[in-house]
Design a protein around this ligand. Structure first.
Ligand code: ZN
Length: 214
C-alpha cells in the first residue's frame, strides 16, 4: 500500500513539475511572457520601457531578478534581449547611459552600461553583476532614470567600486571602476534588486525635481 501511495505521489509531483516547467519557466531562464516580449520585435527595435507612471510596471520594477546561466549568455534569445536593450537605451528621443533588463519587463540580471572611461565610449553588457567593494570616497550627483520620466534627484554614491560579472563570452571578471561610470553601475545594479534611485533620496519620489529646471 505504501509503495503504491508513494508511486501516486511521485506521479502527482512529476505532473506538477511538468506544468511548472511548461508554463512557469522557459527558454534560457526567461518566463514565457518575457520571452514573448523579447521576440515581439527585431534586434534593432527598441522595447517598451516600464515606468513608475504605470502601476503594474511599477510593481514589476520592484521585483528581485534571476541570474542568467553562463550557457545562456550567447543564446539567440538573450542576444536578442541584449540588442533590443541597446536599441532602447540609444533611442535618440529618450537616450540613456545605462539600462537594466527589468526596465524592459524582463526579470533577469543583465545591465548595459556606457563606458565613458573607454576609447569610443561603448555601451557594454554585464551579466549577473555584483558590487564586491565600495570605496570610501562618496559624492552627490544628479541622476535620472528611463523608468522615472520627467524627474531627477541628487544621490550620494561611492566614486570607486569593485564589480564582478560575467562578460559577453561568459567569462568571470572582476574590475575596479571609478567616477561617473561607477555611479552608472551602482544605479543599474540597484535595478536588479528592485531598488530605484529615489530610494536613496531624502524624501523619496516626492522630493525629486523636474528635469528641465535647476
Ligand atoms: Zn534607472
Amino acid at each position: 500500500m505504501k509503495l503504491v501511495k508513494r508511486g501516486k505521489r511521485i506521479k502527482v509531483w512529476l505532473f506538477l513539475y511538468t506544468v511548472l516547467f511548461v508554463f512557469g519557466c522557459s527558454e534560457d531562464g526567461l518566463k514565457r511572457d518575457e520571452a514573448r516580449l523579447v521576440k515581439s520585435g527585431k534586434a534593432t527595435e527598441k522595447m517598451r520601457l516600464f515606468t513608475i507612471d504605470d502601476s503594474s510596471d511599477s510593481l514589476f520594477l520592484r521585483q528581485p531578478t534571476r541570474k542568467i546561466e553562463k550557457e545562456s549568455i550567447n543564446s539567440k534569445l538573450i542576444t536578442l534581449l541584449r540588442k533590443r536593450m541597446l536599441a532602447t537605451v540609444t533611442d535618440v528621443d529618450n537616450e540613456g547611459v545605462g539600462i537594466a533588463a527589468p526596465q524592459v519587463g524582463v526579470g533577469v540580471k543583465l545591465i548595459l552600461v556606457q563606458r565613458f572611461d573607454k576609447e569610443g565610449e561603448p555601451i557594454e553588457p554585464y551579466f549577473n553583476p555584483e558590487i564586491k567593494m565600495y570605496g570610501d570616497s562618496v559624492n552627490a550627483g544628479f541622476e535620472g532614470c528611463l523608468s522615472v520620466p520627467r524627474y531627477r534627484g541628487s544621490v550620494s554614491r561611492s566614486q570607486n567600486i569593485e564589480v564582478s560579472y560575467l562578460d559577453s563570452m561568459g567569462k568571470k571578471q572582476r574590475e575596479e571602476i571609478n567616477g561617473f561610470v561607477a555611479v552608472i553601475f551602482q544605479h543599474e545594479i540597484d535595478h536588479l534588486s528592485g531598488v530605484m534611485y529615489f530610494d536613496h533620496v531624502f524624501g523619496g519620489y516626492d522630493a525629486l525635481l523636474p528635469y528641465n529646471e535647476e
